[in-house]
Ligand binder design. Structure first.
Ligand code: C2E
Ligand code: MG
Ligand code: MG
Ligand code: MG
Length: 280
């Protein structure tokens, strides 16, 4: 399995002599320790209005600065955290942290930034998921309208009725929901149509080729418009991609073209400087 392989092949064969359960135990301990020892940190990537450069919100992206191994990508440790169950504690920490940070930034700069937090299917599937979200909102005192949750199409692995019920409860709370990496999953359109969601996030793979071939991006943008929901493009790195997206009617942009994910201090500097980004 991929997650275990990555860890194992990083050079130090720490895990090679353990059976699967032992490895899981060890990894779980590592991740819990990372949380306790404050090796986890949230970065924030601006979401901008592609025409004006105004920052409308930001996505929180988790970073693990391991004292010996250095920076470990979430693409590597999230699957591990999911397998070991530590995603529950980590995910709650992330949500609370992102909500607190956003409440402070909105207060400090008198703005209405919406923070997007990535949610794992495992987290979402927990019976007390909604309670956890309420707890984070209450403890952080963030107005729910400033919170957006990013889930993926693969949420369909959870029970359909349960997924829909939870999405309705989130809507009632005033929290919005986006489908991340849209277009890369295998969910049927009829399933998606049943989900009360607010935004589709066009995956980077469709932005990459958009200048040569905009078929899929165009389909997603048109679909969002027909469903009456918002659309945002992620992984926008070049101006020609931006221009094509604007031409297709997608004005909400995220990507290196405007800004990489930034540590909180740097993001705050941006906000203080006036909340507007120029193309890099
Ligand atoms: P994602 O949610 O689809 O996030 C987008 C990823 O693309 C991020 O990678 C971001 O840094 C990167 N990115 C943004 N703009 C560009 C660009 O213009 N070019 C390129 N090449 N990359 C860009 P990152 O931060 O490594 O995160 C990877 C994935 O890990 C995320 O994909 C998300 O699925 C997951 N993840 C991150 N933070 C969390 C978290 O707090 N909880 C959970 N459950 N998953 C998380
Ligand atoms: Mg995301
Ligand atoms: Mg994505
Ligand atoms: Mg992704």
């Amino acid at each position: 399995d991929l997650a275990m392989y990555n860890v194992k092949n990083r050079g130090k064969n720490d895990f090679e002599f353990y059976d699967l359960n032992m490895r899981n135990k060890l990894s779980k301990e590592m991740l819990i320790k990372a949380l306790e020892e404050e090796e986890l940190e949230l970065y924030y990537q601006p979401k901008v209005n592609g025409v004006t450069g105004d920052i409308t919100g930001m996505e929180s992206l988790l970073r693990w600065n391991h004292p010996e191994k250095g920076f470990i990508s979430p693409a590597e440790f999230i699957p591990l955290a999911e397998e070991t169950g530590s995603i529950i504690a980590i995910g709650e920490w992330v949500l609370k942290k992102a909500c607190e940070q956003t409440r402070r930034w909105n207060q400090m700069t008198n703005s209405s930034l919406v923070v997007a937090v990535n949610i794992s299917n495992i987290q979402f599937g927990k019976v007390d998921f909604i309670e956890m979200v309420k707890r984070a909102l209450k403890e952080s005192k963030l107005n729910p309208k400033y919170l957006e949750l990013e889930i993926t199409e693969s949420i369909a692995v959870n029970n359909e009725e349960e997924v829909i019920n939870k999405l309705i409860l989130l809507k009632e709370l005033g929290v919005s929901v986006a489908i991340d990496d849209f277009g890369t999953g295998y969910s049927s359109l009829s399933y998606l149509q049943k989900l009360p969601i607010d935004t589709l996030k066009i995956d980077k793979v469709f932005v990459d080729d958009i200048v040569k071939d905009d078929t899929i991006a165009k389909m997603i943008i048109d679909m969002a418009q027909n469903l009456g929901i918002s659309v945002i493009a992620e992984g926008v790195e070049r101006e020609d991609q931006l221009n094509q997206l604007l031409k297709l009617g997608c004005g909400s942009i995220q990507g290196y073209l405007f800004s990489r994910p930034l540590p909180a201090e740097k993001f705050k500097d941006l906000l203080i400087k006036g909340n507007q980004l120029k193309i890099n």
